[in-house]
Design a binder for this molecule. Structure first.
Ligand code: FES
Length: 101
């Protein structure tokens, strides 16, 4: 599948995260100090909405029970046996595009 536009960079300030829906998927798009990363938006713990969580540096914190993920890799920072899928991101002008495969 080609890259799909999901939002605008000007609406995602550094240090913030947003939840986007594409087709049947939910994704968390993070702006970590100017670098944009995207992860699958469903927490492996109990399906919490990662895109509604908080971003601290490069750490994305699930809003339900505070599991922490590295937004650059999707790996859980407390137990690397848990991981969410990393989604390729492309920035074109002000557009944020995801390759949801
Ligand atoms: S659902 Fe994410 S930490 Fe529990």
């Amino acid at each position: 599948m080609p890259f799909v536009k999901v939002g605008q960079l000007s609406a995602l300030s550094p240090g913030s995260v947003m939840e986007v829906q594409v087709a049947d998927g939910t994704y968390a798009v993070c702006n970590a100090g100017g670098e944009v990363h995207a992860l699958d938006g469903i927490c492996p713990h109990a399906a919490g909405p990662l895109g509604q969580g908080a971003l601290h540096g490069t750490t994305l914190v699930c809003p339900w029970h505070a599991w922490e993920y590295d937004c650059r890799s999707g790996v859980n920072e407390m137990d690397d046996g848990y991981q969410v899928a990393k989604i390729p991101v492309k920035i074109e002008g002000d557009d944020i595009l995801l390759d949801i495969g």
